[in-house]
Design a protein around this ligand. Sequence first.
Ligand SMILES: Cc1cc2nc3c(=O)[nH]c(=O)nc-3n(C[C@H](O)[C@H](O)[C@H](O)COP(=O)(O)O)c2cc1C
Length: 323
Amino acid sequence: MRFSWQEVPRPIVALAPMAGVTDASYRQLIKRMTPEAVVYTEFLSTDAIHYGAKKTMGMLHFDPVLERPFIVQIFGKEPAHFLSAAKVIEELGADGIDINMGCPAARVTSSCHGSALMRNPELACALVAATKDAVSIPVSVKTRLGWDTPDNLISFCTKLVEAGADALAVHGRTYTQKFSGAADWEPIYELKKSVGVPVIGNGDIFTARDAVEKIGNLDGVMVGRGTFGNPWLLRDIVDAFATGEIRSTLDRMSFTEKIPFIIEHCELAAEVKGERRGMLEMRKHLASYVKGIEGARELRSRLVRVESIAEVQTCLKPYLRSQ
Ligand SMILES: Cc1cc2nc3c(=O)[nH]c(=O)nc-3n(C[C@H](O)[C@H](O)[C@H](O)COP(=O)(O)O)c2cc1C
C-alpha cells in the first residue's frame, strides 16, 4: 500500500536525518528495536543523484522489508535536478521524499541550499513543485524556525503547502542559532494551527519524558542526537505514548547487557559497508556507547582505533564479566 503521511499511526515517531550517522546500518538498528519508527536517510545531493554519482547512489541502498516507511532526504537548488533525482528515488522504492531546508552548514547555505531556502521562498516552492511533478510518492520538507527569527515560519510553510508539501518537520531553532540555546517548540505549535498537513516537531528530545512533554498539538516527534549511544530511545518514546509509562531502557541496562546490541550494530555496519570501513564509521558510535561507564576513557581510546569486529570484541571482553 502506498505510504501516506496522513495515515501513519499517531503520534509519528521519526529518526531525524543525520549526515554521517543515519546510514542503512543505523536505520536498520533503530528499526529492529522500533518497527514503528519512520526513518530518513541523511541528506543526499540532487545534483549527485542527477549525475548518478557512485557514492551517493550507494547511499540510497536500503532494506526494502525492514526499513519502512523509508524517506530519502535530498538537498539542492536546481529544480530540474530535483525532478530527475525524485524519479530515481521513487523507482528505487522509497516511500517518500523529504527536502532539506534547514541545514545551516556554510558550504550548503552559501550556495543557496538548505537553510538558505528559508530566505528564498520562491525557489523553495519551485523545488517542492518540481519534486511533486516528478513523483506520486509524498513530498515533505524539513526546515527550521526561520533565518534569524520565527516570524516568517507560518507564511513560509503555508507557501510550501500550497506548492504541494505533504508534511512538515520543524527543528525548533533558527539558522543563526545553529545548535545553540534550547529548541523552542512554541512556534511549531502555532504553525500546526495554521496548516492542514501533518507537522512533526524536532529538537532536544533526549528522553521519553521530553517527547511526551513536547508533543503538544503536533502529529509527531523527530529525534536525532538523543539516539547517540541510546538506540532504545525511540522504543521508549513509542511505548510512553502508547501506555503513559515513562521508561529509560538505557538506564535500566548494565553495560554488559548492552554488549550484544553493540556487536549487532557492528555487524550491521560491516554488512552494509564492509568490515573495515564499517568499523571506521562505527568508532563514533562506540565512543557514545561507553559514555558514563567506569573506565570509559581508556576503553574509548581503544575503541576509536578498531578496524575489525574481532577488535571490538577484544576491547569489550573484560566487561562481559565485570559489570
Ligand atoms: C551529526 C548531525 C548530522 C545532521 N545531518 C542532517 C541532515 O543530513 N539533514 C537534516 O535535515 N538535518 C540534519 N541534522 C539535524 C537533525 O536532523 C536535527 O534537526 C537536529 O539534530 C535537532 O534534533 P535533535 O536535538 O533531536 O538532535 C543533523 C544533525 C546532526 C547532529
